[in-house]
Design a protein around this ligand. Sequence first.
Ligand code: XMP
Length: 511
Amino acid sequence: MRHQTVWILDFGSQYTQLIARRIRELDVYCEIRPCTDSAPESFPDELVGVILSGGPASVLGEDAPAFDAGWLESGRPLLGICYGMQLLTHLGGGTVGRGTSREYGPADVELCDNAGPLFADFDPAGGNPVWMSHGDHVDHPPEGFRVTARSRGIVAGIASEDDRVFGLQFHPEVVHSKNGAALIRRFVVDVCGATGDWTPGLFIEEQVERIREQVGDKNVICGLSGGVDSSVVAALLHEAIGDQLYCIFVDNGLCREGETESIREEFKEYNLTIVDAQDRFLDRLAGVTDPETKRKIIGEVFIRVFEDEANRIENAPFLAQGTLYPDVIESVSVRGPSATIKSHHNVGGLPEDMKFELVEPLRELFKDEVRAVGEALGLSEGRVWRQPFPGPGLAVRCLGEVTRERLATLSRADAIVREEIDKAGLTRAIWQSFAVLLPVRSVGVMGDERTYEEAAVVRAVHSSDGMTADVVHLPYELLGKMSSRIINEVKGINRVAYDISSKPPGTIEWE
Ligand code: XMP
């Protein structure tokens, strides 16, 4: 079955993925495509609308990205946002005025007479807060277009006479635009006629069929880490091919407390091998304190162990991976700096030259959609809503040498942090919360005795993608409870501190 589809041409705006998210929230499938792609010779039947995103360039400048005007010939409704509106204006024979500086921030939109279908949820009396970001502006819309809205005298919206082509100077996809999501709904549902045929249940049905087709009677290997992505991949493949799926969980000794048991329990119906490789990892880590060396060792040993195990499985040319949509979008905005920052994060991954054909059933999904699919597949709430956990595990939170004893101390302290965050109902609201163990000893007193033990740090951050992060303002009572529980219950720690650094300049993990 083919889903109705909206294409979003990406001109490099930092908000392009947000447009896609807003559309997917309407159960409508959409794809982000680079603005520099050539337009197709014929447009697919399932295409219901096209959106041109914002972007940092000026349509009048030399840095304007190359654009194939064939994209405007689909005959489907079109919406240009910010740069997209200026491009529609420029190519349509209207005039765009060059701004002297870029203006970001909140603004109010006033509707003109006949504001058209997109503004149906806006207040005609004014007071419509939106998020504005503009350098250039539209002076005169193209022939056949009217101005539908203004903000501080500047054209904020245009529409064609037949209400099929629209432009907006502001960003409806950003939450600060009060009725922005409603405006996008008006475009996607009312104008494009999308019915909302992209639901987790249908996605699963479709993927099950696709996986069966791709795999045939061969076997598939899946590296199960216990994280959301690999768990959902495994559940989806299990649904599709049952015992042709071979899951491998490498217990590297660096997992959180209870993790191995919880995986054994949750995936007990699966063909699952739990490899006890604790000694292989921990022996190689003995005496190592340099963060990069630790990461390298863990990455190397993982590949060895995984290969050894995978080689035992016969008739298995396929490897399942939890690649998500943000990893595959070839857009102007998501390549670039983010790609480099992430490169040191692929510890726990497999080399590209492993001779497997990939099965990547989550390639079209955003993280929140992966969770919805996981829920629909019956994975536990704790599994589906868990916080991200780094490939090198507790090693990057155990500063100094990673010994069995220090790992036991850290994992107990970390379990207490998780328990308290859970009890406070904060697990879902927080990107990551955990404990770090420092190789620093300080003096304390317990009962009548003087202690001289290591210090733990509690870290809790809000983030939407791990690239930047803000410290969570945890209540003092909660921090106090964690601190007294850790000091009382965990041998080896006599002091607890809270990390109040944001990212940047701090990173989320300590190593
Ligand atoms: P930092 O510490 O650089 O981390 O602020 C950003 C996000 O990435 C996670 N992280 C990793 N994830 N393998 C992973 O799969 C890794 O080697 C790795 N290192 C960091 C980190 O937990 C945070 O969410």
